[in-house]
Every structure is written in structure tokens, then in C-alpha cells.
Write a protein that binds this ligand. Sequence first.
Ligand code: GUN
Length: 304
Amino acid sequence: MGAQLIDGKAYAQAVRTRVGLRVRELVAETGQTPGLAVVLVGHDPASEIYVRSKGKQAVEAGMASFEHRLPAEISAETLLTLIHQLNEDTLVHGFLVQLPLPDHLDARAVINAISPQKDVDGFHTSNVGMVGTGQEAIVPCTPLGCMMMLRTLHDDFRGKTALVIGHSNVVGKPMARMLLNADCTVMVAHKSSTNIPQLARMADIIVAAAGVPGLVKADWLKPGATVIDVGINRVPAPDLGPDKTRITGDVDIAARDVAGAIAPVPGGVGPMTIACLLANTLSAYCHLLGLPDRPISLEHKDPT
Ligand code: GUN
């Protein structure tokens, strides 16, 4: 029997609807509109598309959207001045600087200049450390989306084993920490690992974020495993015509014959990233306004 396909579009729509409803209730209550600002340096085509979608979806959720476009040759000082202004701006409750940045800018210094309370990407060292120690914090959007999907399939992570493939700061590391905070047994593999097939065979849950097309093979999987594919790889597609390409994930298509459930590429976790960005912005707004809302996006486990 084929795996259940996890429909990321439907999940993301559900998250956006939930955020939008809560935003409208809170605006009616407080008279203040949640504001999301996005800073784009330069003209990276993929970043342009992401930034436009973030602004559009924020407005659809009833938020105010602010876009700051800066030339690629901007100095670090000017960028940091804008970040300090956004930190102080009471109309902005969350903001991010779209990555990648031009080489002359130090991305870590830029991220750490953002107020951790407004860091809706969850990339600030303070938020990373909080999540790493099981404290309530803003968590990165893509692993948050994966976690939301996994939670609908697994009531309890205790006694389950997960393999996270990839150890980036954006997906792999936060994903592993969140699963660990949920008491999952977590293995992390990456490009220097030599035993990924053996690790995969032990895993009830696999999150593949290595950036290697078709890396995870059907015969690596424990039958019935849940697989979340986070890979976005552009590969040649000669069947579509000369010079044509398509987006493919890190999980081989044949894995669908063995897994219990798969969030595929395309069609899986992709749209959850911006939906979770909106959820994080709503959480940041609630926190900054001192609203007692139980934020829908925070992943934590109280340290005991
Ligand atoms: N570039 C690609 N994905 C992201 C993201 O989630 N946040 C930021 N700031 N830049 C990105």
C-alpha cells in the first residue's frame, strides 16, 4: 500500500486561516495591527519571490506588511541602523532580513542585531539557545512547520526514534532540538556521515534536509515510517524538453511504497514556512503587547 501523502498546501491554509481569525479578534480587542517587516538586500531572484509572498500572505492574514529594499552594495552600518530602527518601531512586531546576504555583510552579526523578541525567523543566537535548553522561544519556520505536521500524525514522540538528515542552522539543528524537546530519540546525520542507510532503518520518523536529490532510498526505510522531505533541488528534466528543469526532493519517489506517510516535494512542507512565519509574527505581537494568548507557534518543553 502506498504512503499517505501529507498535503502541505492544506496544512498551510489551515494555519493561515487560524492565524487570520486570531489576528482579526485581537485587532478588534486592542486596536493594534500586528506588523511584519521584511528587509531585502540586493536582487536575488529567489529572495524577491519569497519576500513578495511573505508580504502578500501577511496582508491576507490581516497584518500590516512593511518591505525595505536596499541595494546590494549597502554598508553594514546602514543595514544595522535600519535594524535598530525596526527594533524600536512600535508598528513592527516581527521582522527578518532575507538570506542570503551579499558576501561583504556578516549574516550572523546582522541576525544578532535583531531584537530576539522580534526575530520571527528564530535565528537569533538567544532564541537558538533558548530552544536548545527547552525554553519557550521563537523557533525557525520550516522545522516548526515539520513539527506541526508530525504532531498531527504522532500523539506522542516518547519511545519514537527520528533521523534528521542535514545539520543546517535553518532546518536540521532546530528540527533535532525540537524533536528532542518532545522526548523523541533523535539521530542527526549530515554530509560527513557514512552510515545513513543503517540509521534510517532504525527511524520511525525521517526529516530529510540534506539538499541531495533522491538521497533517501525506499530500501533504507523502516516500513510505515513517517518521512518529511525538506529538500528543494532543481534537477534537469529532459522528459519536459531540452534545458528544462524540475524541483525534486531529497527522498526517492519509490519511498512512497514503503513509508506510512510522506510529506513530498513538491506538495509537502514548502508552504508551511510562510504560514509559520505568520504564526511566529502573531506570537511576537502577543508577547510584545503582553497578551495572555497561548501562542500557536511556540515549541518548548519547560526545563525540569
Ligand atoms: N532565505 C531562505 N529561507 C529563508 C528564511 O526562512 N528566512 C530568511 N531570513 N531568509 C531565508
